[in-house]
Design a protein around this ligand. Sequence first.
Ligand code: ADP
Length: 266
Amino acid sequence: KYKVRVKGDYRYELGELASTLNHMAEEIVRSNQIKDDFISSISHELRTPLTSIKGWSETLDSGGYDPEETKVGMQIISKETERLIGLVEEILDFSKLQQNEMRLVFGEVVLKELLQEIMLNMWTKAEKKNIKLVLESDENPIVIGDGNRLKQIFLNLVDNAIKFSDEGSVIQLVLNCYPGQVEVDVHDTGLGISEEHLNRVRDRFFQVNPLNGGTGLGLAISQQLVEQHHGTMEIVSELGKGTIVRVMLPLAEIKEDTDQPEDSVP
Ligand code: ADP
């Protein structure tokens, strides 16, 4: 049997090496396919708001619109521009995380206040589907983290929960403290994820249904940001029943709580 020298190491036998190379080639083909799919899906995601912005700006430029119609047009342009900025930021964040260039600024974060902010930020979106956002928390834990990035994680999870829930449902944010750890559950009773897809939803670019919009980067980004906070993210889901995304973070301390135990919007 021939042994092959790889980087000064004689470990590989020829057959073994051939099968390793084959495996690597398959991986490259697979990851190229995922990237091709991503490029086609992201192009579509970028094109939709751009088409709308172009259409409305040309229409408004041609004149003859009353102030009310002009206002609607301007609002659509502004909303679609926001959407574009969000998409580009998501892609940039992902690329920074990939290259290990994301710099986090750590400080004390009052998790309950952060979740209350998330509920206010997502309120309009939830209201459009008549979805109620509820926050349950008995204690007031502090974690050491990057407030903006922690916000990004939970905005993404609540955004998904709204996106994949039916009209009129309830999304719960549940905050629990354990020795040395804080748990935040984002609990929806929506579409759910099949067992087959559950392992893959955190893969970059993966989407169960690419026609739903989005980039397939949200959970990949959230997972990596949670890890940078020395935490874990677990997803429990049942198709047709709903999903719980559970984020565990190291607890710094518990502060005295002056708030009501339960908040909800709307
Ligand atoms: P995006 O939301 O942009 O598609 P994500 O990485 O956030 O990307 O999510 C990847 C996929 O995981 C989604 O496309 C969807 O198929 C599935 N998913 C995520 N969150 C949920 C949820 N709460 N309920 C059902 N499916 C979900």
